[in-house]
Design a protein around this ligand. Structure first.
Ligand code: PHB
Ligand code: FE
Length: 329
């Protein structure tokens, strides 16, 4: 099978008794059955619950491999080198490394992207939305049954300047297909008053971020709502568990806008636990550049993720010319 956009080839394995095709990428193999994704490589194999696997895969694809490391779980994941991407198994897991079961291969960005997209498309059944909260989606289980191209192909919100600025990302409303989420029924929907001088209507802008977030139909999916050079405001609504364990390659700031999230913070390379952070409304945290973290949100909550998107940062931090933490004592 070849991808017409890029000319890159996706290597498939014939459909199994459950109707799902498998995939090969380098020396890795990917197959699924009714409940599980199975991943193989020359020195080992791994199994993940298919719902967790698809939720992680959805984010890796939609975020274009994100910043740094996307751990699907404690074994499998990707490292973004911004042009090419490592796919690894056990590389950031001390036990796998000691047992020499770990495996890492580097792929050109497009090769791994078209294969990951094909896996997500082939294995996501009708009614299952990997971006939705578990309460708000159908089932990932069972034999192959249709697909869900609208859900897995969502366009990511990425403002050029700011949401609501003329010509930029539009505000959300019932009319745009974004009803208020069941858990945010009490969020004030009024918009700020604006009184720009004539001629400045496209420069003096404001919007109600809480109202905007109350109408998000996805979870754990930061979207860019404002941009100032490399400074990106990426708020998101969270419910249940962040489907990946993110290994940072730069500092990230978190501002808890509503409700509560618990973060498990571990060493980025070994995975050994470093901290538990409970964030309540108004709390601010800076996640260091040498950690991995996963969030737990018992109730839908609003989180502002503040990213520094400078392409120079990973190299500066990796070579010790910039610190792994944002503020010194
Ligand atoms: C993160 O890894 O920092 C992250 C990812 C997705 C979210 C929130 C935080 O929704
Ligand atoms: Fe992160």
């Amino acid at each position: 099978m070849s991808d017409t956009d890029t000319g890159t080839t996706v290597r498939t394995i014939d459909a199994n008794e459950h109707g799902y095709r498998g995939f090969r990428l380098g020396e890795f193999t990917f197959t699924r059955d009714e409940y599980f994704a199975h991943i193989g490589w020359p020195t080992g194999s791994h199994v993940m619950s298919i719902d967790d696997f698809l939720r992680a895969m959805q984010r890796d694809v939609a975020w274009n491999f994100f910043y740094g490391t996307v751990n699907f779980d404690h074994v499998l994941g990707t490292v973004n080198h911004y042009g090419d991407v490592d796919l690894f198994a056990g590389t950031f897991n001390d036990s796998y490394r000691k047992a020499e079961l770990d495996h890492l291969e580097n792929f050109p960005h497009d090769d791994i992207m078209v294969t990951f997209r094909a896996i997500l498309d082939e294995w996501t059944n009708e009614g299952f939305d990997p971006f939705a909260a578990p309460e708000e989606t159908g089932s990932a289980w069972g034999d192959k049954a249709g697909g869900n191209p609208d859900a897995i192909g969502r366009r990511r919100v990425a403002a050029q300047r700011m949401v609501g600025v003329p010509g930029d990302e539009e505000l959300r409303s019932d009319e745009t297909g974004h009803p208020i989420n069941r858990m945010f029924a009490d969020v004030d929907q009024s918009e700020p008053e604006r009184h720009p001088e004539p001629g400045f209507e496209d420069q003096v802008c404001a919007f109600n971020l809480f109202a905007y977030l109350s109408r998000s139909n996805v979870t754990w999916n930061p979207s860019v709502v404002s941009v100032c050079k490399d400074s990106l405001y990426c708020p998101t609504t969270e419910e249940y568990i962040l489907p990946i364990i993110h290994g940072n390659d730069r500092v990230e700031w978190f501002v808890q806008l509503s409700d509560q999230i618990e973060w498990e913070v571990a060493d980025r390379v070994t995975g050994s636990l470093r901290a538990r952070v409970t964030m309540k409304p108004g709390d601010v945290a800076a996640m260091p550049a040498d950690i991995r973290h996963q969030g737990y949100a018992p109730k839908r909550s609003m989180l502002l993720v503040w990213e520094n998107a400078s392409p120079e940062l990973p190299e500066l931090i990796a070579t010790g010319r910039a610190p792994t933490y944002p503020v010194g004592l």
